[in-house]
Ligand binder design. Structure first.
Ligand SMILES: CC/C=C/CC(=O)SCCNC(=O)CCNC(=O)[C@H](O)C(C)(C)COP(=O)(O)OP(=O)(O)OC[C@H]1O[C@@H](n2cnc3c(N)ncnc32)[C@H](O)[C@@H]1OP(=O)(O)O
Length: 720
C-alpha cells in the first residue's frame, strides 16, 4: 500500500510494503489513489514519493509474475501517468535501492534526489524480463541511448555518484531522505515543468549500426539469454517510434518475455538463492533461531591460488585479514597474484584504484602463525592432505582465542576428522570455495557432526558479506557439489568410449548453456589431479589401478583420461590434454586428431564397438546422471531442499540460470519422465552404479507435485 500524509503544502507519499516495497497490486493502487488525492488537494503545492524503511522500491512484485500471469490493473504506468500530467512538481526521494519498476516510478517523477548510499538500476534481465513500465523508453530520453543500453542489458546497480553523473539523480542529499525530499520539493515549486517530463523529451538520433553492434555484443556476452536481446529491441523502438507507439511495443515485448520459460527459470533461480540462504541443521537449529558471531578480523592459511583468492574476497569486503604462508617466497607470489587480480578488477571497472589500494592496506601478510592469535575466524586453504590439515588445526587450536571459528577449505576431506585435532569441534566447519575463489560465487559450507548452529550462522553470514552465495551441506564423500560432478564426468567418458567424440560432448553441453564443456573444464583443472586422486583412493582400498583396469568393485571404469596423462597430456598447463592448445598456458582449445586416435586405440584394445550417439542422448545421459545423484543427496539429507542443489550448480559450475538448475530442469521434464529414463539407463548400463534410481525420485515421481512442494513432502514423510 502507499501512505499519504501532508507536511505544510507538501504531500508525502510513502510506498509501504516491507521489506523492499515491491510494487504489488495494493502498492500500485495506493500510489495511484495518493497521487490523485495530492493533485486534487488545492492546498498541496508539490509531492514527494519515498519508500518506507531501507529501500525506495525493489520494483514490481516478482511473485505476481508467477508463470506468466498478467498483473492486475492498475499497472505501474497507470498509477504514474498522473505524475506526468501533474502541474505540481513530483519528486522521487530515493534511499536504499530504486530498482526495476521502482526506478520506473522515479522516472515518471519530475525530479529525483538520492542519498549518498542509494543505488538505482534495471535488474529485470536477471529475472528474464525487461523494464515494462516505460523504463526502456524514458531512460534513453534522460541519459542517452548508449548508457541506457549498458544499464538495461547488464542489469547492474548504479551507485549514487554515478547516477548523478549520468543525470538520473538531480541531487545527492543527506541520509535524512524525507526531510530532504520535502525541502527539495518546496524549492522547485513554480518552476516550469515542461522539460522535466521525460516523455516530452527528444531522443538523440542513433544509427541502426549501433544496435547491430550491440546485438552481436549481447549475443556473445549473455549467450543463450533472450531478455537482453528483447531489451535492445525495446530501446531501439524508443529511437524509431513516437513515445506512445514505442510504449506499446515495450509492453508487447515485456508480455512475451514474462510468459517465457527463461523468465520462469530465472525467477525460480532468484527465489532459490534466497530460499537456500534459509538453512537448517538436523538438530532443528536454523537461520531464524541462530545468531552469527561477529567477524571483525580474519585469517587465511596458504597463499596459493585458493588462499590468495579467499583473502582477496575478505579484504575487498572490508575485513582486515592476516594471510599466513610458511615460506616468504610463496607469500610474495600470493600477494603478486592478489595485486594482479585487483588490477584486473580496476580495469573492468568493478572497483576504483582507490578501493583496490584500500583493500591491500588491510592485508597483513605473515610467515608467522602466531599472528593469527587475535583473529575472529581462520580459513585454512592448504593442499588436500588430511595429516597436514590436522596438524594445522591442532596448532590453530592452541594459538587462537577460544571463540575463534576454524574453517577448512577442503573439497573432499572429512570435517569431523579435521575437527578431532582440536578441542573446539563445535567451532570447526568447512568453507569450500570454488576456483577461481575471487570470481566464483558459490561458498559450500559443510557442517560436521559437532559443528554448532552459531558457527554455521557465522559462515553463512560471512558468505553473504563477502558477496558469495553460501549454501549449507552435510558431510559426505566429496560433499554435495563435487559428488554430483562424479556421475556427470563419468558418463562423459563412457559416451566417448561408446562413440561420441569429446568435442561433440562439449558442443552439446555448451549449446545447452554450460559455459564450458566437461572436457575443456578438465583440461583447465589439469588431468593429473584426477589421476593422482584415483590412484590414492585405489591404494587406500588395496586396488591396483592400471590402464588395463575395466571394473572396480563390479563397477565399470573408464581410464581414458589417465591414458592421456601417461602420454604427458595434462591439459592447458602442458599445452595438450583433450584439446591441443599450441603451447602451455594458452587458452584456445583446438580439437586434436591425435586424441581421436588415442580413443580409437583404447576402444580397439578393449573391443568396445563404437556407434553414432545423438546429441539428445549425450545431453540426457549427462544431465540425468547428475540429477539422479542430486536426488540421492536430497534423500540422504546432505542438503535440505532442492533449491540448494540448483544454487550449487548455478554458482559453482555455471549451469545457465535460464535453465533454473538441475532440479528445476527435472521438474520441467516432469519427474515421471525423468524417473522412467533413469530406469531405462539403469537397465541398459547395469555396471554403472550412478544409474541406480534414487528412491526419493521414485517416490516423488508418483506424486506429480511441482518443485515448490518437494521440501514439505520430504519433511512430512520420513520414509522418503
Ligand atoms: C510491468 C512493470 C515491470 C517491472 C519490472 C520489475 O520491476 S521486475 C523487479 C525488478 N527488481 C528486481 O529484480 C530486484 C530484486 N531484488 C533485489 O535485487 C534485492 O532483493 C534487493 C532489493 C537489492 C535487496 O537485497 P537484500 O539482500 O537486502 O534482500 P533480499 O534480496 O534477501 O530480499 C528481501 C526479501 O524481499 C524479497 N524480494 C526482493 N525483491 C523482490 C521483488 N521485486 N518482488 C518480490 N519479492 C522481492 C526477497 O525474495 C526476500 O524475501 P524472503 O522471503 O525474505 O526471502
Amino acid at each position: 500500500m502507499a501512505n499519504y500524509t501532508k507536511r505544510d503544502e507538501v504531500a508525502v507519499i510513502e510506498l509501504n510494503n516491507p521489506p523492499v516495497n515491491a510494487l504489488s497490486f495494493e502498492v500500485r493502487s495506493g500510489l495511484q489513489n495518493a497521487l490523485k488525492s495530492a493533485i486534487d488537494d488545492q492546498d498541496v503545492k508539490c509531492i514527494v514519493i519515498h519508500g518506507k524503511g531501507k529501500n525506495f522500491s525493489a520494483g514490481a512484485d516478482i511473485k505476481e509474475f508467477g508463470a506468466g500471469t498478467k498483473q492486475q490493473k492498475p499497472w505501474i504506468t497507470d498509477a504514474c501517468r498522473l505524475a506526468d500530467e501533474s502541474s505540481k512538481p513530483v519528486v522521487a526521494a530515493i534511499a536504499g535501492t530504486a530498482l526495476g519498476g521502482g526506478l520506473e516510478v522515479a522516472l515518471f517523477c519530475h525530479y529525483r534526489i538520492g542519498t549518498p548510499s542509494c543505488r538505482v538500476g534495471f535488474p529485470e534481465v536477471q529475472i528474464g524480463i525487461l523494464p515494462g513500465a516505460g523504463g526502456t523508453q524514458r531512460l534513453p530520453r534522460l541519459i542517452g541511448v548508449n548508457s541506457s543500453i549498458d544499464m538495461i542489458t547488464s542489469g547492474r546497480h548504479v551507485m549514487a555518484e554515478e547516477a548523478m553523473k549520468l543525470g538520473i539523480l538531480d541531487k545527492i542529499v543527506t541520509e535524512d531522505i524525507i526531510e530532504e525530499g520535502v525541502k527539495f520539493a518546496k524549492s522547485v515549486v513554480g518552476l516550469d515543468l515542461a522539460h522535466r517530463i521525460l516523455k516530452n523529451r527528444k531522443i538523440e538520433a542513433v544509427s541502426p549500426k549501433v544496435f547491430d553492434d550491440e546485438i552481436s555484443r549481447v549475443k556473445k556476452k549473455y549467450k543463450g539469454y533472450i531478455a537482453p536481446l528483447f531489451c535492445l529491441k525495446a530501446i531501439q523502438a524508443s529511437v524509431q517510434l513516437p513515445y506512445d507507439a514505442s510504449m506499446e511495443q515495450e509492453l508487447q515485448l515485456f508480455q512475451h518475455l514474462v510468459g517465457s520459460n527463461q523468465a520462469k527459470a530465472q525467477q525460480y533461480a532468484f527465489f532459490a538463492e534466497r530460499t537456500s540462504a534459509r538453512w537448517q541443521l538436523p538438530t532443528g537449529a536454523n537461520s531464524q533461531n541462530a545468531s552469527p558471531l561477529p567477524v571483525k578480523t580474519a585469517g587465511v592459511i596458504g597463499a596459493g591460488t585458493m588462499g590468495a583468492g579467499i583473502a582477496l574476497c575478505l579484504i575487498t569486503s572490508g575485513i582486515p585479514t592476516v594471510l599466513v604462508e610458511q615460506d616468504q617466497k610463496f607469500l610474495e607470489k600470493g600477494i603478486k597474484t592478489m595485486e594482479g587480480d585487483l588490477r584486473g578488477s580496476v580495469a573492468l571497472k568493478k572497483m576504483t584504484a582507490e578501493q583496490a589500494k584500500k583493500a591491500m592496506l588491510i592485508l597483513k601478510p605473515s610467515v608467522n602463525f602466531e599472528d593469527l592469535h587475535d583473529v575472529d575466524l581462520v580459513i585454512e586453504a592448504v593442499y588436500e592432505n588430511l595429516a597436514l590439515k590436522k596438524e594445522i588445526f591442532a596448532k590453530l587450536d592452541k594459538i587462537c582465542q577460544p571463540q575463534t571459528i576454524l574453517c577448512t577449505n577442503t573439497s573432499s576431506l572429512d570435517i569431523d576428522m579435521i575437527a578431532e585435532a582440536t578441542k573446539r569441534m563445535d567451532k570447526v566447519v568447512g568453507t569450500h570455495f570454488f576456483a577461481p575463489a575471487y570470481i566464483m560465487k558459490l561458498q559450500e559450507n559443510v557442517y560436521g557432526k559437532n559443528t554448532s548452529a552459531e558457527t554455521v550462522a557465522t559462515v553463512m553470514a560471512l558468505g553473504r558479506r563477502i558477496r558469495k552465495v553460501p549454501v549449507l551441506v552435510g558431510t559426505c564423500e566429496s560433499f554435495a557439489a563435487n559428488r554430483m560432478l562424479h556421475p556427470y564426468v563419468t558418463e562423459a567418458l563412457y559416451l566417448v568410449e561408446e562413440g561420441a567424440s569429446p568435442y561433440e560432448v562439449d558442443q552439446v553441453l555448451e549449446d545447452f548453456g554450460m559455459p564450458m564443456g566437461m572436457f575443456r573444464v578438465s583440461d583447465l583443472s589439469g588431468l593429473d589431479i584426477g589421476y593422482k586422486v584415483r590412484r590414492e583412493a585405489a591404494k587406500r582400498q588395496g586396488i591396483d589401478l592400471t590402464l588395463g583396469t575395466r571394473f572396480v568393485n563390479g563397477e565399470r571404469v573408464c581410464l581414458l583420461a589417465d591414458v592421456l596423462v601417461e602420454k604427458g597430456r595434462l591439459g592447458i598447463k602442458s599445452g595438450k590434454g583433450w584439446y591441443n592448445y599450441g603451447s602451455p598456458g594458452k587458452k584456445e582449445a583446438i580439437p586434436d586428431p591425435e586424441v581421436l586416435d588415442i580413443i580409437e586405440e583404447h576402444c580397439r584394445k578393449f573391443g568396445i564397438k563404437k556407434q553414432k550417439i545423438s546429441s539428445q542422448e549425450i545431453l540426457e545421459r549427462m544431465q540425468l546422471a547428475l540429477i539422479n545423484e542430486g536426488f540421492r543427496i536430497l534423500e540422504e539429507g546432505i542438503v535440505s531442499k532442492p533449491e540448494d542443489i540448483d544454487v550449487i550448480w548455478i554458482y559453482g559450475f555455471g549451469w545457465p540460470k535460464y535453465m533454473g538448475g538441475p532440479m528445476f530442469y527435472a521438474n520441467e521434464m516432469k519427474l515421471k519422465n525423468v524417473y522412467r529414463k533413469i530406469c531405462d539407463f539403469h537397465q541398459k548400463y547395469p555396471f554403472s552404479i550412478h544409474w541406480t534410481p534414487s528412491k526419493l525420485l521414485a517416490r516423488l515421481s508418483e506424486t506429480d507435485l511441482p518443485i515448490s512442494n518437494w521440501t514439505s513432502l520430504i519433511n512430512s514423510n520420513s520414509k522418503l
